[in-house]
Design a binder for this molecule. Structure first.
Ligand SMILES: [Zn+2]
Length: 370
């Protein structure tokens, strides 16, 4: 039983021509013999993908295949009779798939363009306080990165004459075919080291400690990653430097809890403060703020300080600071205090009576929807 052509390319039965082409391009690159030398399984997959593409990229053949399946191409039909396409057929397809002739392959571009080697990325963590996150901060961090050692010089690679790739030409019944692979002498860069100082590594690089300035915008979150382009390890020759990836770590605040862009603060007041009213200075991410607690405040009341939260990362709007009022109940009482509260307990005025004054939370919610 032959494998379904759509399954081979990993596309659905109603995939568009563009989707089919894209899927095939991916498979061809993945299983290309130049990338998998001596791997028979890869070669087989490479051939199967090419065969599937040959049929599905042609409207007539695709229609016949949809109607009759593999039988449509058995016993003559130009194709499929003898176990699929040969390699020459496959390479001759590439012109329209990859553009730029048969050499244009993999990451090497068409027409002998050399590859720019990129240096490796570096990763660091930065621990930030909630205040730093709220206001944004510029951090100066010492980073050990590889740079091109002073005194290193490069020359054109003799193996590939600076093109970064070597071309293999084979004679086939269809004519001369060529395939290109990265030059193994220079790794595709087109340049090799001419002179380097003794303290440089094989690529002419050396590790230095550098202070990198990292601008952190307001509103970042724990686990986010920022990229400082070009501050990773440098690459040899005319290559481009890698990036510095900065992982954000958020320090717990002693008093404020973050929830998205809102902050929460637990405020504790005594019985008497709740009854008489009071004012308190509390910590926010933008300094201290004095807030007023009205007399007769109930435990559980939430005071909303608009805009005193964390700014959103996209620059639009700020979260709020939500102050939760908790009436503090002492856990132990001496004799005198006990007598005081026992006297209070006899006074009906201190019996909870939520129906009088302020509406309860549930009543407020009910009002909102009625
Ligand atoms: Zn080379």
């Amino acid at each position: 039983m032959k494998e379904d052509f759509y399954d081979i390319l990993g596309v659905s039965k109603n995939a568009s021509d563009a989707e089919i082409k894209k899927a095939y391009r991916k498979k061809a690159i993945e299983f290309h013999p130049d990338k998998n030398p001596g791997d028979k399984t890869a070669e087989e997959k490479f051939k199967k993908a090419a065969e599937a593409y040959e049929i599905l990229s042609d409207a007539d053949k695709r229609a016949r295949y949809d109607q009759f399946g593999h039988q449509a191409f058995e016993g003559g039909g130009g194709f499929g009779g003898g176990g699929g396409m040969n390699m020459d057929d496959i390479f001759s397809q590439f012109g329209d798939i990859f553009g730029g002739g048969f050499g244009g392959f993999g990451g090497f571009g068409g027409g002998g363009r050399q590859r720019r080697v990129k240096g490796s990325n570096l990763r660091i963590r930065v621990r930030l306080t909630l205040e730093e996150i709220a206001n944004g901060v510029e951090k100066k961090i010492k980073v050990k990165r590889k740079i091109q050692a002073p005194g290193t010089t490069y020359k054109t690679c003799g193996t590939c004459n600076g093109t970064g790739q070597v071309t293999r030409i084979t004679n086939t019944i269809l004519g001369r075919m060529q395939t290109a692979t990265a030059c193994s002498t220079c790794g595709g860069a087109g340049q090799i080291i001419d002179h380097k100082p003794v303290d440089a590594d094989a690529q002419g690089l050396k590790v230095t400690e550098e202070t990198v300035s990292i601008k952190i915008p307001p509103g970042v979150e724990d686990g986010m990653q920022l990229k400082v382009a070009g501050k990773g390890n440098e690459a040899p020759g005319n290559g481009i430097a890698g990036d510095l990836l900065v992982a954000i770590e958020e320090q717990d605040h002693p008093e404020l809890q973050r929830e998205g862009n809102n902050l929460h603060y637990d405020l504790y007041v005594s019985f008497s403060e709740a009854a008489l009213g009071t004012s308190r200075e509390i910590d926010t991410v933008s300094g201290k703020v004095r807030i007023k607690i009205e007399e007769g405040v109930q435990s559980g009341k939430i005071l909303r300080l608009r805009g005193k939260g964390i700014p959103s990362l996209n620059g639009y709007g700020k979260g709020d600071l939500l102050v939760h009022v908790n009436v503090w109940t002492p856990k132990t009482l001496n004799k005198e205090q006990r007598e005081f509260f026992e006297r209070m307990a006899k006074d009906d005025h201190f019996k909870p009576n939520p129906d009088s004054g302020e509406k309860s939370f549930f009543e407020k919610v009910k009002d909102m929807f009625s």
